[in-house]
Ligand binder design. Sequence first.
Ligand SMILES: *Cc1c(COP(=O)(O)O)cnc(C)c1O
Length: 375
Amino acid sequence: MRSIQMVDLKSQYEAIKTEVDQAIQGVIDTTSFINGPKVKEFSDALASYTGAKYVVTCGNGTDALQIAMMGLGFQPGQEVIVPAFTYVATAEVIALLGLVPVFIDVIDSTFELDITQLESKITSKTAGIVPVHLYGQCSNMEAILAVAKKHNIKVIEDTAQAIGANYSFSDGTVKQAGTMGDVGTTSFFPSKNLGCYGDGGAMFTNDGKLAEKLRMIANHGQQKKYHHHIVGVNSRLDTLQAAILNVKLQHLDRYSASRNEVAARYDSAFTDHPHIRIPKRAVNSTHAFHQYTIQVEGVSRDELKSYLAEKGVPSMVYYPLPLHQQEAYLNLGYQKGDFPVAEALCEMVLSLPIHTEMKVEDQEYIIESINSFFK
Ligand SMILES: *Cc1c(COP(=O)(O)O)cnc(C)c1O
């Protein structure tokens, strides 16, 4: 029996087992579990990989978003614009900090926030915008940065799904996801493109002063031990996780290339399919393919999903409910119908297995299984 998974972390580990095991043993041998030298080594390596001037590591991608907002000085009552169609973390920290999430609809082809609606969401209380580089490709950063500059608001890029994606500006400059806004945030959750073996996260910035502040906030607001300048949090990347990430970062380009190969095979299988809309590539971004997400049209997405499950093919719905319809956010007063694209996507999207160790035969089986549903 085939065992197809959404993400095959076991096979990925087996292929780099010697390197990873040595890295883990190395940390245990030194017992410097907190803020050991591997943390700095990894931050430096990630800065040089992404081109960000500063990388500040922290406990997870949600903390990264929270610390970014604290570091940028967002004040309770201020508003932060965030897509209605994203993972909850993006909006959760806004609410936790006493800020007001202001949702914006997305574009159905590329899943990014709809830039044409952006200016209408800006008020005198707007502190920032959080574009989410959903599924692995960059939002329209050139347009977002221009609007942010015009209105003097901050941009935090949620890069949890898009590490390594490149964005091209019209003047020919190319920058990596997470390095274009005031702060970029990312997650090293195990299934993310650069995943560790537990929780982890990081922030990117090109502003040295801000980097210092972010580092301080992540460490109880202290610069010197037991001297607390501002209210902070405790959010650290474990040395063990940093050591694992150091190994995996060296494979990230190869991993992205395999994800793109899987995506290309799905593309060619479903390009002209009457019921399947393949994910459109944004013109200015490369795709890191954290997810390969199709839209199922004219038939029930959920029936296709159950049919595939019976055939041993997993698939996932990222995400089944837009943020404005989540119970925790109903108090914001949004109604069904407020974000029609986000609402429609929640009914239509289906993410197919994609990972770095996908076997061609397994992918052929997935494609055949999908095709057989429509026969
Ligand atoms: C995974 C993810 C996060 C949160 O990361 P954690 O490390 O799980 O806290 C935030 N935003 C997006 C878009 C994500 O996919």
